[in-house]
Design a protein around this ligand. Structure first.
Ligand SMILES: C[S@@+](CC[C@H](N)C(=O)[O-])C[C@H]1O[C@@H](n2cnc3c(N)ncnc32)[C@H](O)[C@@H]1O
Length: 314
């Protein structure tokens, strides 16, 4: 194992595989500019913000991820979430997927209706709706509604007014996040506008990741951010959809990464850094990254999160 110390705040350990070591990222601390992806801000200061809060969002990893993506025409994200990575890249076309049907339906509607969608959803950000009773009424309305446009508007409302921006469903597929108690939930008008402009070059899919990866024919850069493998027995959040995410699916993703790399695609996967993922991604170039944690009541007790980035191909 070789240790690269590249700056005061960043430490990379590139694990040696089969005698080949490549330091896949040459980042120092401070600002960085990569013309390919247009990310010009200081580390951690995201230029293009997602309009949704999303658990496991990759804002803090961007400065490590972006330099790993080579030039090509198609960028594919099978686990899109809030789109933090998509929004900060520059490719000619995008294939964007998530198994969460509410999320994809919201993106498709915004892509199509643009300013009309923004006008329609703005009404839910009036102070009268920032109220516990109203929140639970609207959550129930969302769970009962079969109208795609109604569900899309309410999904955004629930995301910004619910606890910590969590997205969680019970086994019957009902959204069950409690009220968030924010003074003044932010209406992400600018972010919604940026998203629909960027989405004009995107197709949105709502499939299982395996289907998306198996159907990939055109040469692509693929970024995969699956639900985390458990960091510990008690810390395992995989309820973004009612289906959860198993270790068998993690294995299948790693196997598909290997297979696609042999066909000439570049596949980048991020996950927790632990013994399970180091084994899962054997044979890839591995990059260990320590990112500061933003959530936690007492800032002095927040431990950094250790992430592992695996690169198959290149
Ligand atoms: C860690 S989050 C992705 C976060 C994203 N990178 C961001 O910056 O916001 C994982 C995503 O995988 C999606 N997901 C879960 N199971 C899936 C599956 N079988 N196929 C595709 N997407 C899935 C979840 O809905 C969730 O949005």
């Amino acid at each position: 194992m070789t240790l690269y110390v590249l700056g005061r705040t960043l430490t990379y350990i590139v694990l040696k595989k089969q005698g080949k070591i490549r330091c896949v990222s040459k980042l120092g601390c401070g600002s960085m500019y990569t013309p390919r992806n247009g990310f010009r801000e200081r580390e951690g200061a995201l230029q293009n913000r997602p309009f949704l809060k999303w658990p496991g969002g990759k804002t803090r990893l961007l400065s490590h991820l972006l330099p790993l993506f080579p030039d090509t025409t198609l960028f594919c994200e099978p686990f899109l979430g809030s789109g933090a990575v998509f929004l900060n890249t520059q490719y000619k076309s995008y294939r964007l997927n998530d198994r969460n049907a509410d999320l994809i339906s919201l993106y498709r509607l915004l892509q199509e209706k643009q300013e009309n969608f923004i006008d329609e959803v703005a009404g839910y950000f009036q102070p009268k709706y920032n109220d516990e009773k109203q929140f639970y009424l609207l959550r129930e309305k969302f769970n009962k509604s079969r109208s795609l446009s109604m569900r899309a508007r309410l999904f955004l409302y629930l995301n910004r007014h619910g606890f910590n921006g969590l997205c969680r469903y019970n086994q019957s597929g009902e959204f069950n996040v409690p009220f968030g108690r924010y003074d003044k939930p932010y209406f992400p008008e600018k972010e919604l506008r940026f998203f629909y402009q960027k989405a004009q070059h995107a197709e949105f899919l709502c499939e299982d990741f395996e289907t998306v990866l198996q159907n990939l024919k055109k040469q692509a850069v693929v970024y995969c951010d699956p639900p985390y493998v458990p960091a510990s027995a008690s810390a395992n959040f995989t309820s973004y959809t009612q289906f959860g995410f198993s270790i068998k699916q993690q294995e299948s993703l790693a196997a598909l990464g290997r297979k696609l790399a042999m066909k000439g695609h570049t596949v980048v996967i991020s996950n927790h850094d632990n013994a399970i993922t180091q084994k899962l991604y054997e044979g890839a170039q591995l990059l260990q990254v320590s990112v500061p944690r933003l959530i936690g009541a007492d800032p002095t007790k927040r431990k950094p999160i250790n992430e592992l980035i695996a690169v198959f191909g290149q």
